[in-house]
Ligand binder design. Structure first.
Ligand SMILES: Cc1ncc(COP(=O)(O)O)c(C=O)c1O
Length: 399
């Protein structure tokens, strides 16, 4: 059992240092493991199916989770949060549910394949046209470019809140303003920022926000959510039972049922609820402050390593808790193997975001990505930096 406020990570040997939190967070927030177990053991019902005690318990849990998401993202209408399998599922639901044949989309140049591949598919199947915002290394994305790229058939701007390759934070508030000035809808992919950066969806006028439960929200895999502002309707992503209006063989139009056919991931969402409650107590601001302390330390120390190239902004404030690097011309996979030999687990290669790698010129080999979580310490950062310094010294033959 973990001590009060401490995350549970008992199956990972002490000598392993996990720095792949951008892929999925580990350990999870305190209370997540217990909440999943409790759901499987004690909440036997299926939410929305039946009126008995167990079904009501399961239903209440989903509503509490929607309300916690609303509190996190500053949205008032809990019905407008639909649960999904993950961010990919949420982004597919948003893009496929909103875009019509012949529509034009303006996308950020740093989109993950969850958006890029979905748009490519819609290009083929619905003749959707895609324009990427220009990317200037060192300058990032300019929201004013939206006005320049708008066409008569443009309906959507889609942007990732922070890149999973460089960690850089995009000006999504300004992009939303530009989009709305032109009468466009905006969709934000908050996968890498939910729980770390504030994203007040209503105050910033965000029409749709997608997130995943298992990264910086510190919940279980198999959970995600899509927020769609009241009044914006989407085609349902799938058809099936919802436990409501069962006399009809068409999907209900009421939310969230319209978006949630089939049984939800009750145990996973119980875990997500525990994580969201932990985050509310801790506060996003405190998580971010801790992250900034570690990131300033990490970036400054990495900048001292000869032969090591850091991608993305130099200022910690301009990025989330991840950094991509390369050691000279060395293969990132080699660096990952060397790091693992020293007990450090990171991700190397391409990070499912070919557009971002094109922007950085790393499409061929990718990068070495270190990504932090809220339970790491300055000692952990020192250990990772020392390991990278040793590897870089070998690579450049400085020994
Ligand atoms: C920016 C971004 N968007 C979307 C995704 C997809 O998330 P998931 O695998 O939870 O669907 C990821 C995953 O790495 C991501 O980093």
């Amino acid at each position: 059992m973990s001590a009060e406020g401490e995350p549970e990570s008992r199956n990972v040997p002490d000598q392993l240092l996990y720095l792949d939190n951008a892929a999925t967070s580990y350990p999870k927030a305190p209370g997540v493991v217990e909440a999943v177990v409790e759901h499987l053991r004690d909440i036997a019902g299926n939410a929305g199916r039946g009126t008995h005690t167990f079904a009501a318990m399961a239903d209440r849990l989903l509503w509490e989770t929607r309300r916690e998401l609303g509190a996190l993202f500053g949205t008032r209408e809990a019905t407008r949060w639909a649960f999904t399998l993950n961010a990919t599922d949420a982004l597919n639901a948003a893009l496929k549910g909103y875009l019509r044949p012949g529509d034009h989309v303006i996308a950020s140049p740093l989109e993950h394949n969850a958006v890029a591949r979905c748009l490519r598919h819609l290009e083929k199947t619905r003749d959707v046209k895609i324009t990427r915002l220009p990317y200037v290394p060192g300058m990032g994305v300019d929201p004013n470019d939206v006005a320049r790229l708008v066409r008569h058939n443009t309906r959507l701007v889609v942007a990732v809140h922070a890149s999973n390759v460089t960690g850089e934070i995009l000006p999504v508030r300004e992009l939303a303003l530009e989009a709305h000035n032109r009468g466009l809808t905006i969709l934000i992919d908050a996968t890498q920022t939910a729980g770390v950066l504030d994203l007040p969806a209503e105050a910033w006028g965000l029409d749709m926000v997608a997130c995943t439960g298992h990264k910086s929200l510190l919940g279980p895999q198999g959970t995600g959510a899509l927020y769609v502002r009241p009044g914006l309707e989407l085609e349902p992503p799938r058809q099936g039972g919802t436990g409501t209006q069962s006399e009809r063989d068409e999907m209900p139009t009421d939310w969230p049922e319209a978006m949630e056919a089939g049984t939800m991931n009750g145990p996973g969402l119980a875990g997500l609820l525990a994580a969201l409650r932990w985050l509310r107590r801790k506060t996003v601001r405190a998580v971010r402050e801790d992250e900034l302390v570690l990131m300033r330390h990490l970036i400054a120390a990495l900048a001292e390593i000869p032969g090591l190239h850091i991608y993305g902004p130099r200022k910690a404030e301009d990025r989330t808790g991840l950094v991509s690097v390369n050691i000279g011309d060395e293969d990132p996979a080699w660096a990952a193997t060397e790091l693992e030999a020293q007990g450090i687990l990171i991700r190397s290669g391409l990070h499912c975001a070919p557009w971002a790698h094109q922007c950085l010129g790393t499409l061929k080999r990718g990068t070495v990505r270190l990504s932090l979580g809220p339970f790491l310490t300055a000692d952990d950062i020192d250990r990772a930096v020392a390991a990278l310094a040793r590897i870089a010294a070998v690579a450049v033959g400085v020994r």
